[in-house]
Design a protein around this ligand. Structure first.
Ligand code: ADP
Ligand code: 5GP
Length: 207
């Protein structure tokens, strides 16, 4: 009898804002099979072109805090003075359908997900080649004010200190190369199994 791999896995992407996480996912998306991208909830203002329910669910601080009290988040954190969080239900639904669930979350979120679901989690930290290059990309993206860019750059200096907590590092210098690296990691991340699945596999050998 062959074993059916009908379980879900998690792939966490972190890295400074402007590192190229969205660019890489978009470029790789047709090459990584069926996956569910977790749409976070945030209290930050939408950028030009961002739509509610597409990049994020945009809510007020009061709405976010109601969700915290109701226990609706798998994880949440304060990032750059705004709340960001991952709702539990859609993630559980996607996992139970055996999907790869991809999170774009910060280093605090990564720690929480690893604590709760470490056995099925793979993580990757994406960074541009230097802080200087990050600044150039944030300015070129022209989606944030100079003040916001400053906050993001000083945050990046802190975030990079957590790089050793991740399974893999992608240095996003040339986007084509970075996307190929991401595709390899995403495909391998599906092969993680939780304890129950390992136990099932072991018991198949016992008859
Ligand atoms: P993140 O999702 O991590 O915040 P984005 O994907 O929005 O970052 O990328 C930030 C900016 O940098 C965008 O304008 C994007 O087009 C650009 N960018 C991404 N990767 C590269 C790269 N390898 N070289 C040059 N510019 C890039
Ligand atoms: P941005 O405002 O540039 O979209 O995102 C800012 C930061 O918030 C990024 O580091 C991103 O990974 C992180 N982030 C986005 N969604 C979540 C989330 O649901 N939880 C956590 N912990 N961080 C998030």
């Amino acid at each position: 009898m062959s074993y059916s791999y009908n379980h879900g896995s998690i792939l966490v992407l972190s890295g400074p804002s402007g590192a190229g996480k969205s660019t890489i996912i978009n470029k790789a998306s047709s090459e990584i099979g069926d996956y569910y991208f977790s749409i976070s909830t945030t209290t930050r203002e939408p950028r030009d072109g961002e739509m509610d329910g597409v990049e994020y669910h945009f809510v007020t601080k009061q709405e976010f805090e109601e969700d915290i009290r109701a226990g609706n988040f798998l994880e949440y954190a304060l990032v750059h003075n705004n709340y960001y969080g991952t709702s539990m239900k859609p993630v559980k639904d996607a996992l139970s359908c055996g999907k790869l669930v991809i999170f774009d979350i910060d280093i605090q979120g990564h720690r929480l997900v690893r604590n709760k679901m470490g056995d099925i989690t793979t993580s990757v930290f994406i960074t541009p080649p230097s802080l200087n290059e990050l600044e150039l990309r944030l300015v070129a993206r022209s989606s944030d004010s100079l003040e916001t860019i400053k906050t993001r750059l000083s945050n990046a200096k802190e975030e990079i200190k957590a790089i050793g907590e991740y399974d893999f590092i992608i240095i996003n210098d040339e986007v084509g190369t970075a996307s190929l690296e991401f595709i390899s990691i995403a495909n391998a991340s599906r092969l993680k199994m939780n304890k129950e699945e390992l136990q099932n596999l072991i018991s198949l050998w016992q008859n």
